[in-house]
Ligand binder design. Sequence first.
Ligand SMILES: [Zn+2]
Length: 343
Amino acid sequence: MKKWAIGAAFISLIFVFLALLVLFLSIHFLVSNEPSFMATQATGEYLLLLPEGSPVYLYMRAVGREMLLQVVPAKYLNILLAIMQQESGGNAEATGGDIMQASESIDGNLGNITSAEESIKQGVSYFGHLIEIAQELNIQDIRVIVQSYNYGAGFLAFAKEHGGVYSEEISNSFRQKMQDEYDWYGYGDPDYVAHVFRYLNVVSTEGRAGVFRFPIPTTRPYLSYGFGSRIHPLFGSEDFHKGLDFLAKEGTPIYSSIEGEVSVVRNESMGLCVITRLENISVYYMHLSATNLEEGELVQAGTIIGLMGNTGYSTESHLHFQVEIDGTPIDPLPFFSLDDYDR
Ligand SMILES: [Zn+2]
């Protein structure tokens, strides 16, 4: 929502009205169910690829997933985080605390918000509000909603009139319309969708060989120990390695490899460990340094499981990734798609 051109004063009145609408619809949204059209789309389409050291991870820890999930369907959480990354530019200080640049969605003015937490609350509520309007308009294309985070809710109706599907042409013509209407020099960011989606890897589940998503963000994964017999690095004895070990820096985000329910979060010999379950498939993520997940939560492929660490019996920062089917560990390597390595 940055770069609004300097507009006439009556525009502020429109925003005041919009803010009241946001408030009303947010309350309505919080007591209503997840929009039904969301459920009809394939799950886990968007994998988050934030730059290393992005403050978004810190915000997530501070604010908590629950707050976000009250307003935004789980499958769009990663899109929301990509918006957060885009809005903050990875630099919280530059935005004066308003990391989601959400101040204008309150009353059209800058400077309403000075803390990251306040900004996230307002930004998330606004995003939820846009999803709700999109649902009422029967707009299925998430890109239209993403662009409206920058352009304002008026873009949703405009896009609906023009077929309801995002295109650069529609984005540009809305911008032109607003510029002409208010005699502004510029309006919003016409490439906002591209700017947000550079932080997301959009993968179609259709025709994919891979059952499991790759759990860490890298184009060249470093597998330090494969599945099977090996000499244990700490104990020197021969043992059977029940999973795959991936090396990366401490703090590297770990993504859920498959949808499921968090069945176990515990901290013991394998360090901080999260286990998810989908029917008879259990997936283990071990040696984490941090996680926000709690037992019973649902995850999608691509949901952040936690951060890579060096906890428990571990010699260096790595992820131990283990898959069991009916309690028996399997070698998950063949179940990744080769595409996962090439992106
Ligand atoms: Zn291991």
